[in-house]
Design a protein. Sequence first.
Length: 451
Amino acid sequence: MALFGTDGVRGLANGPLTADLALSLAQATAVVLGQGRSAEARRAAGKRPTAVVARDPRISGEFLAAAVAAGLASSGVDVLDAGVLPTPAAAFLIGDIDADFGVMVSASHNPAPDNGIKIFARGGVKLPDVVEQRIEFALAGPKLQPTGADVGRIRRFADAEDRYVVHLLQSLPHRLDGLHVVLDCAHGAAAGVSPETFRDAGARVTVIGADPDGLNINDGVGSTHLDHLAAEVLRVGADLGIAHDGDADRCLAVDAAGRVIDGDQIMAILAVSMRDRGVLRDDTLVATVMSNLGLHRAMAANGIRVLQTAVGDRYVLEEMNAGGYTLGGEQSGHVIMSDFATTGDGLLTGLHLMSEMARQGRSLAELASVMTVFPQVLINVKDVDRTRVADAGVAEAVSEAEAELGSSGRVLLRASGTEQLVRVMVEAEDAEQAQRIAEQLAQVVRERLAL
C-alpha cells in the first residue's frame, strides 16, 4: 500500500504513524528535496539546506514534529521550528524565506488521535505524485549522515507568526471596520493567529473553539461542526461566523441568520468580486466535479468560466498552476487564491470574504444570493465492488436518471479511492426528486456491484 495518500502521510499516531516513521520520512525527504540546485548553492556558499517545520496543537504533534526535526538535522538540514501554526502559514513561510522545503505535522479535520505529515517543496507547493514516490523509494535507501559542522541545527522561527499576519493583512483590498464576526478556530492551529489577524484588519471579533489542549481539536467544533458557530452568531448578533478546521486550510461561514455558506458560495462571491476588480485570470474559476450545479449556473450568468477537476485540492492546484488561474477550490471550504497563497488558506479566505462585505456594504446573505444552491443528495454505498462502477446496468440506470432530470439536475457516481464504496450524488431543483433518484441509484449499485 502506498505510504502517501491524497494529502500527505496520515494515520493513527503511534499506530501506523510512529516517531520512527516520522524520523525516517524526514531523512528520506532530505535525500530527495535537500539535494536540489538551491540546496547545492547553499552548500557552495558554506551554508546548509533549510527547512521549515510546523504543527497543529494535537498532543502527538509534539513528538512527531520533534522526530521530523531530528531526522532533518541528522541529514544536514537546518530546521526552523515555527511551532503551532496553520498549514497555509507553513507553506507561505517556506516561500517567504526561500527555504528548500518544509514539513507540516497535522491531520487537518481528523480527530485528535490521528496525525499526519505534509511535505511542501521549495516555494511552499505541494509535492507531485512522482516526488512522493521518490521519497517512498528513498526510505529503503542510504541516508545522509554528515558529521561535525555539517550536521543541521534546529532553531526557533521567532517571527514566523508575525510574518504570516503581515502577509495576510497586506493582501486585503479593503479593511473590515464595522463588521462583527464569530471565529471558530476548531481548537486547532488557528487559535493563536486567527483572532489577532481579524482584529488587526478592523473587525470586532468573538472567539469560540480557541482553547486547544492537545486532545480537543475538531471535537464538536470547527468547519465540520457548524451548529455551535451558528448558535453563537445568533446569540451575540454578529454579522457572520467563520469556521476553520484543525490546520486552518479551510473556511466555511454562516450568515447573520445562522445559515451555512459553503465553499461553493464563498467561491462564487470571490469570483464575481475578483472579476469586477480585474484580478480573476481569464475570468475563470477552477472547481471540482462535486461543486454544486448552482455554482455553474451563477458563474455562467456572470460571464465566468468554470473548469472542473477530480475531487481534491491538489488537483485544483494542478489545474490552476497549469493555466495560471487565480481562484479555485472545493465545496468543503478549501479555497485557493493563488495571488497570495500556494494552498488553501482559511484565514485568507475569511478575510477576503469579509473584505467584500465591507467594500460593498452588503450582508453575507445578500452577497451569497449570487448563487442558488441546488439540493444535493449524497449516498455512500458501502461493501460493493468499486472497480465495477462502469457496470452496464448501473450505466443504464444513470442514463435514465439523467434523462428524467434533463438540464435541471445532474448525477455523479464516484468510486472511493481507498474503500469498497461508491458515492452516489444527485442534484435537482426539487429536493424530494433528488432524494428519490439518489435512493433508486444507490439500490441499483448495491444490487449490481454486490461483493
